[in-house]
Design a binder for this molecule. Structure first.
Ligand code: GLV
Ligand code: MN
Ligand code: MN
Length: 424
């Protein structure tokens, strides 16, 4: 294969730093929540960068942004890369941004290397990978997979009571075109997302590249515990129906279920808890909390949901409170495409890079892309495995190294014929 130019560390650094100037919490990590002023500015920045490197820019009816590098045969299905630019509250600088900035740099390198490629290559900014605003993640890729319809946007509500549907309307997205977001099998030739690892496996192994073979899938629950709001001083212990005490027992139980699982990919987190009315001297009348569960085994997640139901009912009986469980999302783990994995292994070998084959514990838009297209991902190391935290760090040299693997992989895929064998 003819030589592809190396990616430039300075481009990557500059774009990540510029992008992260759009931030609601300067000095306290990056907070950039879907369709807020800062997020809209970040979108504008990315579109400008895409145009600067010679990509055609389009946006669909849920705000997924497509930057296209035209191939010599645009009738063939395109090759994709990309990630997200929205964040969790007080996030780091790299989660999502690495794949968007790295994707743009990879396309720039391909273009400027002057190498022939048949398929269009597209870098996608997927709308709201994080569930921060509407409680559900991967909104853009979910809509592509047909799992979020225009009608479904009426049922996603933010903390101010605003629906996603209303927000999209206000921003001028055309709801008549919502159905066009959906992709069918065959529409996309294959997708490779570059992302930081968000764990410490690569660092421990001293390897710079992770090749993802599967993504562990999340299940999100909201549990409500209803007790009786009463005076904290005047209500004796035996007659209380304390929603908080009952919730705490359920939470400890859930943590124990994940801890005692034989499957190391099984994890459970209660990360958000609302206590009503939320006063020092009032017994809580109602508590609502989230449960985020992940596993590479769908069946095991089902079993844990059943166990949580049994536990909540039992604690409800003992504590005299009412409990209810709502399943917000319940996703299937995604298996990477064996052929793309092989291509990436070959690219790493030719670039003399040691790689590690690994399962992603975090979820990514690629999980939904897997429903309609073959995928894999490239991971680059996270210092100390820290992520979803302001101290998240990946060396820019390591990102550059990942972009070099990405660029060559995309180039190879973009010249492949349609009938390459796939593990359907
Ligand atoms: C994605 O950010 C996740 O929570 O895995
Ligand atoms: Mn994240
Ligand atoms: Mn991410």
């Amino acid at each position: 294969m003819a030589h592809i130019k190396p990616a430039l560390v300075e481009n990557i650094r500059k774009d990540i730093e510029n992008l992260n100037m759009y931030n609601e919490t300067p000095g306290e990590g990056i907070t950039r929540i879907l369709f807020t002023e800062q997020e809209l500015k970040a979108r504008k920045y990315i579109k400008k960068r895409m145009r600067e490197v010679g990509l055609e820019v389009e946006e669909d009816a849920i705000g997924n942004i497509y930057g296209t590098l035209k191939g010599s045969n645009p009738r063939l299905s395109p090759v994709w890369t990309g990630s997200h630019i929205d964040t969790v509250p007080h996030a780091g600088s790299f989660d999502g941004m690495t794949g968007v900035v790295g994707g743009i740099e990879a396309l720039r390198v391909i273009k400027e290397s002057g190498l022939r490629h048949e398929r269009n290559i597209q870098v996608i900014v997927f709308t709201s990978e994080e569930p921060t605003r509407f409680g559900k993640g991967c909104l853009g890729s979910r809509a592509m997979a047909g799992d979020l319809t225009r009608n479904g946007t009426n049922y996603l509500v933010d903390e101010d009571g605003k629906t996603l549907s209303k927000v999209l309307d206000e921003l001028g997205y055309n709801n008549e075109q919502f159905h066009l977001i959906k992709k069918e099998k065959g529409d996309v030739y294959g997708c490779v997302e570059l992302h930081i690892e968000q764990g410490a496996i690569l660092e421990r192994l001293g390897k710079k590249i992770g090749i993802v073979t599967a993504i562990s899938a999340p299940t999100d629950l909201i549990i409500e515990v209803e007790g009786t709001q009463e005076h904290a001083g005047a209500t004796p212990m035996p007659v209380r129906r304390d929603a908080m005490a009952a919730a705490a027992k359920i939470i400890i139980g859930i943590e124990g279920m994940a801890r005692t699982s034989d499957n190391p990919s099984m994890v459970a987190t209660v990360g958000k808890l609302d206590v009503f009315p939320g006063a020092t001297n009032v017994i809580p009348g109602m508590v609502r909390f989230t449960v985020d569960m992940r596993s590479d085994n769908f069946k095991e997640k089902e079993q844990i949901i059943n166990k949580i139901e049994v536990l909540s009912n039992a604690i409800g009986d003992i504590e005299g409170v009412k409990t209810s469980i709502r399943i917000v999302s319940h996703e299937y783990p995604a298996v990477a495409d064996a052929h793309i994995v092989e291509v990436m292994k070959g690219v790493c070998d030719s670039q003399r890079k040691e790689y590690n084959l690994m399962v992603s514990g975090a979820y990514h838009d690629s999980m939904f892309v897997s429903r309609f297209a073959p995928f894999s991902m490239i991971f680059v190391p996270s210092r100390g495995g820290i992520s979803h935290h302001k101290d998240e760090w990946t060396d820019y040299e390591d990102i550059k190294s990942g972009v070099d693997v990405l660029a060559e992989t995309l180039l190879i895929m973009s010249n492949e014929k349609e009938n390459t064998e796939r593990n359907e």
